[in-house]
Design a binder for this molecule. Sequence first.
Ligand code: AMP
Length: 416
Amino acid sequence: MTIDKFNFAGKKAIVRVDFNVPLDENGKITDDTRIRGALPTLKHILNNGGALIIMSHMGKPKGKVQAKFSLGQIKDAVAAALGCPVQFAEDCAKAQAQAAALKPGEVLLLENLRFYPEEEGKPVGIEKEDPAYEPAKKEMKARQKEFAKTLASYADCYVMDAFGTAHRKHASTAVIADYFDADNKMLGFLMEKEVNAVDAILKDIKRPFVAIMGGSKVSSKIGIIENLLGKVDKLILCGGMTYTFAKAHGGEIGNSIVELDKLDVALGVEELAKKNGVELVMAEDAICGDSFSNEAKQQVCPSNAIPEGWEGMDAGPKAQKAFADAIRGAKTILWNGPAGVFEFDNFCDGSRAIGNAIAEATANGAFSLIGGGDSVACVNKFGLADQVSYISTGGGALLEAIEGKILPGIAAIKGE
Ligand code: AMP
């Protein structure tokens, strides 16, 4: 089923959203992008005569009730965004009566799903190496099904709109779909948009295709990097991983972040790029600091000749120009991960150069997709959000989708 064709009149819809929003120490939302992202789906259901049961996780409470991860803190913000009152179910697994009493146009927000270990379906407090782990996992999987069944019992139909967690096979993102037939389960508008954006990158690629992978480590991105080397024309590798590559060639990197056990991985990436005819673009120079702070003293050094006591914290001026030149002529662009410690205003110029070049290429007709919390934060920080084609709400989910994996949250709806 598709959301635009479904008739919600008189129906109760249970909707999995991603309301895992950042909160400050007073429990106030610091960025409501994720709430705004879910509004088209939620408002559509209400306007169409349905009642809403909204469910989400927040943070990592590891299967225990913890007040600081309570979704009760965002109830009023959700009500303000929807423009109608929102009821709250303090126990997401005991909300039968509240759900049953819902009338068309009414909204019930369930407490954090991850207060129950059943949501993630992994045993808590037992190490994987422990012989008790496998039996405990089996038992937990059975409990996960029961938990999903309970959630499903609240509603007539299920809408999956949490792209950020679509790569997880959790009770609310995938298992619950087993309790609805194909006519009563569907993706929400946000999910549809995300899937279309990934399709735009994977199918019918307009060339040149330039990807920019940054962030702190090569190890967490190696899967997607290897995968992209089969698809892109140019790959910019930047951020902290620069120094693992420099070290792999015997460079001096001072105190820069490095993964010494991944030097062979770095060399392998270079070899694969050469084999596939992909141009790798890496930072020739670095803006270095004498401490990990915004106020650190600065000097520009070659990325492979950083003195002791200094660390590479951003792409240098030559690198910034090389990145911008590589991006400028692109027709398809994917950006994940900053070029430096962009959170420090004095070390964000490399990421800014990338953002500006992407905006320029987009104005010249390129399709640009930005994904992952930090690159999205960069684009917002530099005021470029409306100058790129699409900003994804997914980090890991986006990368897995681009790797060509079928996400469990999508498979559960489409039956793939
Ligand atoms: P990731 O979660 O792997 O995408 O990494 C994002 C983080 O990488 C951001 O918080 C950046 O501050 C950090 N980062 C980027 N470049 C560097 C660098 N040269 N040294 C240390 N951290 C960095």
